[in-house]
Design a protein around this ligand. Structure first.
Ligand SMILES: Nc1ncnc2c1ncn2[C@@H]1O[C@H](COP(=O)(O)OP(=O)(O)OP(=O)(O)O)[C@@H](O)[C@H]1O
Ligand SMILES: [Mg+2]
Length: 235
């Protein structure tokens, strides 16, 4: 059995803007096993979001290989990639990215609209996700009627409603006060421990990174792995 959830081999991404080439990722080698909770840190512009987007199948690498749950995502057509992404990856953003004209319930429903599913099965999945993140009593609220922490919990429910095996989170607490940030971290930790979801999370905050089981750094286009388990302090 293969224990790997994410395998990046010599992964590179080059962007071109006119005559200028930007290479945020040059040579990324990374192995994350199923069930791990990994925090990723690195300076602004070091390519953290770029790497998450490639792993989530939103962006494509220029060089190298990336396997997610055993699938070489570069080999998938755009249509199959969208299908694969919907089944495999949940994505949580810093600024929640909820749709303002939809209620909390309807926001969580969005990923399920791509699936063939009865209304009843959809309702059951949405309710389960909303209960898990503790936001079921806000179903009818619109994003503007929610606090930041509540908005992020709705966004997490939306990310997990399809029961993905991988959750990627890009500074999920970056816009929250410390109290809401800790609640969101506890929630993400529970998804990892209770549901066995593999989590890859970007953060700029040492204390937030301390919640993860392992810390990696992105610097100069590649990943440096810290082997030791972190305990709230990063050397
Ligand atoms: N679509 C794109 N086209 C051109 N350049 C891009 C594109 N996306 C990212 N870049 C460039 O790639 C580099 C890495 O960007 P990225 O967003 O991955 O950094 P980051 O580590 O997430 O930074 P931050 O901590 O500020 O979020 C930056 O120099 C950015 O300008
Ligand atoms: Mg970023």
């Amino acid at each position: 059995m293969n224990d790997a959830m994410i395998q990046c081999e010599s992964l590179g991404r080059t962007y071109r803007r006119g005559d200028v080439e930007i290479k945020p990722l040059r040579n990324v080698d990374l192995l994350i096993n199923k069930g791990e909770f990994v925090a990723m840190m690195g300076p602004s512009g070091s390519g953290k979001t770029t790497l998450l987007n490639i792993i989530a199948g939103i962006d494509r690498p220029t060089n190298g290989r990336v396997l997610v749950n055993g699938v070489d995502i570069k080999s998938l057509s755009s249509a199959r990639l969208a299908d694969w992404r919907a089944k495999t990856v949940g994505y949580v953003f810093q600024l929640y990215n909820l749709i303002p004209v939809l209620s909390a319930y309807e926001n969580v429903e969005v990923p399920l609209l791509l699936k063939r599913m009865s209304r009843k099965a959809r309702h059951a999945a949405i309710s389960e996700a909303m209960i898990r993140v503790g936001i079921a009593d806000r179903s009818d609220h619109y994003p503007r009627q929610l606090s930041g922490g509540q908005e992020q919990r709705v966004a997490i429910a939306r990310a997990i409603v399809t029961k993905p095996s991988l959750l990627v989170a890009d500074e999920p607490t970056g816009d929250l006060d410390s109290h809401a940030a800790i609640e969101v971290m506890e929630l993400i930790k529970q998804l990892n421990t209770d549901l066995g979801m593999t989590v890859l999370m970007v953060t700029h905050d040492d204390s937030i990174a301390g919640h993860a089981g392992r810390l990696i750094h992105l610097l100069d286009g590649h990943v440096t792995t810290a082997d030791t388990k972190i305990a709230g302090r990063i050397a």
